[in-house]
Ligand binder design. Structure first.
Ligand code: GLU
Ligand code: MG
Length: 467
């Protein structure tokens, strides 16, 4: 479980001693530096690093970094609002020692996610990880609900030698094909070894649909740990690829046409150790609460898209009939609905039943995405929102009247449309708080302005190697 306590100046109780012991252990294992990682509003993972000997000082006093990154865009330009984007001020990055891990794919380095607090020891209202920690803690305290989550990771492998930021798949072979698995035999084995050495329980690793595309799925954890793990898996996928002379893109759309990279989220709500998505009287074994949770996610999904699909390139991926789930529809094992109900196999359902949310990509901060999905689901639960009729098959083929009767709407088809929906969604804005809500709006509008006048191919190229 994740430590849900905020960091404090001087260090969380016991952390400084623990950091000292960890530093000794890491040094003994040949580790020299520790990567401190967080995700900014635009979805870029930003880092500082410290030598291992500085870990106790980092646990006590944090490491400095400017708050200006809250309004950085993916191309490193900065947007400014009345409250955000100032070059002044400083924040402290505090490592979560529970998550510290020696990086098997980067010998000599360890890694940990951080929370950001102010120099006065206050919570930083722009910190996505703090937002998710608080959301999870509030759900437990106010509703008696805990969650399990996992983020699927898709990426493409490109050749390093292609000029001008172009993309050529590094390996041939059909979707899910044995050829492709053989082609990446050594890379794949090294990747699985690195993830295992880092304590990541991989469930599957397979060649995906698009050219040169692969996917790793991992076991479920509490939401904060699942978001941390999504960063760690990506760091490892990239690091191992570098050692094999391969280039990685997690961008939502590596090319303007065709299937993109998703970051589907699996989420289940639990009460007193019981999975609410199984053994109930609702459809497919859902409890009444789980149905309302799904209904809450569906109801807020158009606005959520501004958080879960935050890049202009996200909207090249979010097209009908590409398995990205672009309609506010749900169904059992329905791969074109935004919400896929997964029951798992008979006998394992109490453990495995969950919701998969598809219109999420890896340009999204997993902290903001999970926190907002949970807020939306809990809103459905507390307002007892009824879950509409189930959809089977591709919702793109539903007749307009049928779609309307089921509440099936097309999700925003562009980032500005998503921002409009987000601005109208008071629940999500309140959940995020004024600073994060302002940051999300400003950064998304900044990204949209940055690509004005570009065609789809130029948009894909602009973000291809940024994530
Ligand atoms: N690559 C697809 C996406 O963009 C998902 C494929 C799948 O169903 O796993 O989300
Ligand atoms: Mg997939």
């Amino acid at each position: 479980m994740t430590t849900l306590a905020d960091p404090v100046p001087g260090g969380r109780p016991g952390d400084v001693e623990r950091a000292g012991a960890l530093a000794g252990e890491l040094t003994g294992r040949g580790v020299h530096g520790v990567v401190l990682a967080y995700v900014d509003t635009a979805g870029i993972t930003r880092v500082k690093t410290v030598p291992v000997a500085r870990l106790p000082a980092a646990a006590a006093w944090g490491v400095g970094m400017s708050p200006v990154f809250d309004t950085f865009l993916a191309d490193d330009s900065v947007v400014t609002t009345d409250v955000l984007g100032s070059p002044d001020g400083d924040l402290r990055l505090y490592p979560d020692l529970d998550r510290l891990v020696a990086l098997a794919g980067q010998p000599g380095w360890a890694w940990t996610p951080v929370d950001r607090i102010t120099q006065d020891g206050e919570r930083h209202p722009g910190c996505g990880r703090t937002f998710l920690r608080r959301t999870v803690a509030d759900a437990a305290r106010r509703h008696g609900i805990t969650f399990k989550a996992a983020v699927e990771i898709e990426w493409v492998l490109g050749r390093e030698t292609v000029a001008d930021g172009g993309f050529e798949p590094a390996v041939p072979g059909p979707a899910y094909g044995a050829i492709r698995q053989v082609e990446v035999s050594d890379y794949g084995a090294d990747l699985l070894a690195a993830l295992a050495a880092q304590g990541v329980d991989v469930e599957q690793f397979h060649p995906e649909y698009a050219a040169g595309q692969f996917e790793v799925s991992v076991g479920a954890l509490d939401p904060v740990a699942a978001a941390d793990r999504s960063l760690l898996v990506r760091q490892t996928v990239r690091a191992v690829a570098r050692r094999h002379g391969l280039r990685v893109s997690f961008a939502p759309a590596v090319l303007a046409e065709g299937v993109g990279n998703g970051g589907h989220v699996h989420l289940s709500a639990w009460r007193e150790g019981t999975n609410l998505h199984s053994g109930g009287t609702g459809r497919h074994g859902m409890t009444v609460e789980a149905e309302s949770f799904a209904a809450g996610v569906l109801a807020h999904l158009p606005a959520l898209t501004a958080v879960t699909a935050p890049s202009p390139a996200s909207y090249l991926r979010l097209r009908p009939s590409q398995w990205a789930g672009v309609f506010t529809a749900w169904g059992l094992e329905a791969r074109e609905c935004a919400v896929r109900v997964v029951t798992g196999t008979l006998g394992a359902r109490e453990r495995t039943a969950n919701l998969e949310v598809k219109p999420v990509d890896l340009a999204a901060s997993p902290y903001l995405a999970l926190g907002c999905l949970i807020a939306a689901g809990l809103d459905g639960m507390t307002s007892r929102t009824p879950l509409p009729e189930e959809t089977t098959g591709d919702p793109a083929r539903l007749a307009a009247a049928d779609a309307a009767a089921r509440g099936v709407r097309r999700l925003p088809a562009s980032l500005p449309e998503a921002v409009d929906a987000f601005r109208r969604d008071a629940l999500l804005r309140d959940a995020l708080g004024p600073v994060l809500a302002d940051a999300v709006t400003a950064v998304r509008l900044g990204e949209a302005a940055a690509v004005e006048g570009l065609d789809d191919e130029q948009v894909a190229a602009a973000y291809r190697w940024r994530y």
